[in-house]
Write a protein that binds this ligand. Sequence first.
Ligand SMILES: *[C@@H]1O[C@H](CO)[C@@H](O)[C@H](O)[C@H]1NC(C)=O
Ligand SMILES: *[C@@H]1O[C@H](CO)[C@@H](O)[C@H](O)[C@H]1NC(C)=O
Length: 270
Amino acid sequence: MVVTGLIILALVPLIRMEWISDTGDLRLIREELSHFARRVEELEKKDAEHAKENEELKARIKVLEATTQRQQDELDFLNNMLTQSTDNGQSTAKGHRNKTSIHGADQVTVQKTIAHNKRRSYQVNSIQRIRQVNTDTPVAFFSTLQHTISNSGSDQQIAFDHVITNIGNGFNKFSGDFRVPIKGIYVFSTTLSPYSTHNSHFKFMLNGTPVSNIYTLETASQQIVLSLNASDTVAVHTVNAGYHVQGGGYSTFSGFLLHQFHDGVAVVGK
Ligand SMILES: *[C@@H]1O[C@H](CO)[C@@H](O)[C@H](O)[C@H]1NC(C)=O
Ligand SMILES: *[C@@H]1O[C@H](CO)[C@@H](O)[C@H](O)[C@H]1NC(C)=O
């Protein structure tokens, strides 16, 4: 018992020291913990930043995908044009006709191809422009009324009987019809001279339907612009009966093709 008591007494300081050193460890542990807590906090902050960056990157990818799609569309369009110009005997590498898929490393190829096709498309455009100029068909007519109409019918088509210009042969001096030879934008003018005290009404007709009215107290003129298809007809009519329409060059009808429409790119190959 005594021995045991002595051993216990001898151990007490040791236990105390142990306890003291435990306290030191706890402090260390506390420091470590607070260090870890700070570290965790930092990491959480970084994590939040990464999440934000991730969102931004996702948005950026979406934009890039849309851009890529647009470029693909443009590429398809240019490829179509190039195919047509190639069929017309222009030298173009076959590779540019291939539909290019856009994935990873192919992007670089696509960029190069787009740049190349852009250059090509300028060339194609200028080829087209030159062709348009070369193939534009001149259409123009000018006719005057030589024989006075002294007592018109109602809705009578005026046959401007004295042809001065008729390039493209669209105008018919017997009927007074201008028949559109080629699709395009046309400009027409008429001058009508009742040469009397009569108030007269006239109208421009497109395919037998009035497009505008002309009122003349003395001499009146009107200009109209129409987008027309081949075979459309344009003429000048009286509205009522009993008009006097002065001949001898006082009443006129003229028109010309302002701009020819080439459907699509069909001009290539002509
Ligand atoms: C075009 O694509 C076809 C089919 O994918 C391929 O066989 C051919 O080699 C390609 N042409 C060029 C010039 O890359
Ligand atoms: C010309 O043709 C187009 C297509 O067929 C048609 O929509 C248009 O109305 C025509 N225009 C005239 C003035 O006949």
